[in-house]
Design a binder for this molecule. Structure first.
Ligand SMILES: Nc1ncnc2c1ncn2[C@@H]1O[C@H](COP(=O)(O)OP(=O)(O)OP(=O)(O)O)[C@@H](O)[C@H]1O
Length: 359
């Protein structure tokens, strides 16, 4: 028998002014699993989370926890009885309560039981020494960890997190994400994390649900979403892209970079070949000719360097292509800064490009 999901939403829809901002969304999260709802601003991520938390009502669809209905259009368990923990960016600590009182806020039981639970939770986030401190005596990252301890103290079955790290600076954010992830895994809650940052989703998620215009357009492990994206927008959400257009003739598309397979695409249909800048290869000009064509890299095409920038781990080089004047971007590890005007040859790694019918 298949395991029961900790959280399941079925066909959830929410309309505002006749527009479906969440449109027939279904999703399952298992205990101990982190699922990220990833998508651009306004795509309906927060509204989905708010319906699960019970602070927003859906127009249709249902929400289930451990196989039990907690909300549909006729029946509704109130938010405080759902055993759902919340961590939102603007969910600050209560400034007039000590760290211990903040963490104890949602707890029931005797004073001794509460104190023991507070100590356990502060141990988990490595902040026991601040138990009697005030929030203003803590750094931003420490406050965030206390907020995490507070959210997990009542042992929620589900944690909903809405951009919880966006108020932190970059370096601190990575550290807090890692701590948060290990504490969440220990707690065995099902976690639904909302973010518009692909890096955050890749770092935190077991499963990514890519959302656009109120719908989940693709769902899977980070590796699959990154390496088998469903459409051009899904590729572009994670990195810069280059797009080369062509027309299908006999299951192949002819381009200045050679032929590309376009399986299943009808004859005469225009396609877009999408390639990330790190998957182009750059080679030198040998008196007007480039490297030999190969099965793996196809045919080289010549371009002229427009500009080159050092980015830290890599260099980004922009080319104006000889064949049509289009701009192609390529990244190279370490330092590679050819001067503008220099002719170079580019090839496209066949195994790393994506071919989609043109939109
Ligand atoms: N109470 C409301 N009344 C009318 N429109 C709303 C309401 N709440 C949300 N919306 C609209 O629904 C859409 C989705 O909003 P939502 O906050 O769910 O998006 P989001 O993906 O979380 O975006 P962000 O990352 O910017 O928070 C937006 O266009 C928003 O303006």
């Amino acid at each position: 028998m298949a395991a029961t999901p900790r959280l399941e939403i079925r066909n959830l829809t929410r309309r505002f002014d006749g527009r479906a901002v969440v449109d027939d969304v279904s999703l399952q999260v298992m205990p101990g699993q982190v699922t990220c709802l990833l998508g651009p601003s306004g795509c309906g991520k927060s509204t989905t989370l708010r319906m699960i938390a019970g602070v927003e009502m859906q127009d249709s669809g249902s929400i289930w926890v451990d196989g039990e209905l907690i909300c549909d259009t006729h029946f509704r368990i109130p938010p405080e009885r759902r055993r759902i923990g919340l961590m939102f960016q603007d969910f600050a600590l209560f400034p007039h309560l000590s760290v211990a009182e903040n963490v104890a806020f949602g707890l029931t039981g005797s004073a001794g039981e509460k104190r023991a639970r507070v100590e356990t939770m502060l141990d988990r986030v490595n902040l026991r020494r601040f138990i009697d401190a005030w929030p203003h005596e803590l750094s931003g990252g420490e406050q965030q960890r206390v907020a995490l301890a507070r959210a997990l103290a009542p042992d929620p079955r589900i944690m909903l997190m809405d951009e919880p790290f966006s108020g932190l600076d970059n370096r601190l954010r990575d550290e807090i994400r890692d701590t948060t992830l290990s504490v969440l895994k220990d707690a065995d809650a099902a976690v639904l994390l909302v973010t518009h940052e692909p890096d955050e989703a890749m770092r935190m998620a077991d499963d990514i649900a890519l959302m656009r215009h109120g719908k989940i357009v693709q769902q899977g492990a980070p590796y699959n979403i990154y390496n088998a994206p469903k459409d051009k927008e899904a590729v572009a959400f994670f990195s810069d892209i280059n797009v080369i257009r062509g027309t299908v003739r006999g299951a192949l598309t002819e381009t200045p970079f050679g032929q590309f397979l376009a399986p299943g695409v009808p004859e005469g249909q225009e396609v877009e070949i999408v390639i990330r800048p790190q998957h182009l290869k750059i080679d030198f000009d040998r008196n007007g000719s480039g490297p030999l064509s190969t099965a793996q890299d196809g045919t080289p095409a010549r371009g002229v360097v427009v500009r080159a920038r050092f980015m830290g781990n890599e260099s980004l080089v922009e080319f104006r292509m000889d064949h049509d004047g289009s701009i192609i971007k390529a990244t190279v590890p370490n330092v590679f800064l050819p001067r503008p005007g220099k002719p170079l040859w580019l090839t496209i790694r066949r195994d790393r490009c994506f071919v989609f019918p043109a939109s």
